[in-house]
Design a protein around this ligand. Sequence first.
Ligand SMILES: Nc1ncnc2c1ncn2[C@@H]1O[C@H](COP(=O)(O)OP(=O)(O)O)[C@@H](O)[C@H]1O
Ligand SMILES: O=C(O)C[C@@H](O)[C@H](O)C(=O)COP(=O)(O)O
Length: 319
Amino acid sequence: MKKLDIITFGRAAVDLNAVEYNMPMEETMTFKKYVGGSPANIAIGTSKLGLKAGMIAKVSDDQHGNFVIDYMNKVGVETSSIKKDTEGRKIGLTFTEIKSPEECSILMYRDQAADLYLSVDDFNEDYIKSAETLLISGTALSQSPSREAALHAMDIAKKNGVEVIFELDYRPYTWKSEAETSVYMSLAARSADIVIGTRDEFNVLENSEGNSDEESVQELFNYSPHLVVVKHGVKGSKAFTRDGEVIEGDIYKTQVLKTFGAGDSFASGFIYALKKEKGIQEALKYGSAAASIVVSKHSSSDAMPTVEEIEQLIHSQEG
Ligand SMILES: Nc1ncnc2c1ncn2[C@@H]1O[C@H](COP(=O)(O)OP(=O)(O)O)[C@@H](O)[C@H]1O
Ligand SMILES: O=C(O)C[C@@H](O)[C@H](O)C(=O)COP(=O)(O)O
């Protein structure tokens, strides 16, 4: 029995969500602060579902970094490997714009962000060995030394039989070129056991627009992955297994407040259900239900649901 069920690797940041919404950000005067950063959101989401979650990250040595660590401690995330940057670098800030429930965008301030300076010296092999699963965020590969740290963490995981999930988490703001993105995303995806991403993110990984889900997953099955999940927004999700199964997931109806937060909550619910050995079909349901709950609320991290909330939604819409 491992000490941790999952460790997520990558950015822990701050979301600043528009309080006056359904308007352009130029008109928004107030923002509400939440913990953000896709891998941080997933650590929070899986912890709130009862998994033992940890995180490898680097935050700023200031009030924002303290806020992130304090919040994650509060929701039960193991934070011993969330380090403070000692060179004065700032935590990433994500301003979110909610023009309408369907028209949302995020504005990331990430120049020299602390998380991109996470290095191989900031974590050790024993910490990764203490978990069943390591989840790597694609954005961690966007700049050095975080890039080398992420690849090193994957190597340690594979050497020690720790399952690797690669969440593509493509954010254009931190990459230099599409070609470079494709090289590093492909390197990580081919080495992972499970890959999760949107159709658009797989296009970025392949540096191509034309592939179908089937073509994308067949390419990856030439390498390590045994399970690939392609997310399709309001059209749901599809899981593909190496032995040829294709499992489709629907969405759960909800009153959408904003669209962001769907991916991180989906990943949290999906991973939780897999770890509880509920099977892939149920895992897609848990992921979709978690996402449906989070898109109806103002935040991503704070809105991460409990198991009871997920199961209540599933039962209410499945009769
Ligand atoms: N408007 C919505 N209503 C209900 N569920 C949604 C909605 N948008 C997304 N989801 C669910 O969240 C999952 C992930 O959303 P998606 O937009 O594909 O990923 P990401 O947020 O990473 O871009 C979808 O596969 C779907 O199950
Ligand atoms: O990942 C980030 O840095 C931004 C997130 O914190 C933010 O909540 C968000 O955009 C999540 O969107 P998702 O990828 O659709 O879950």
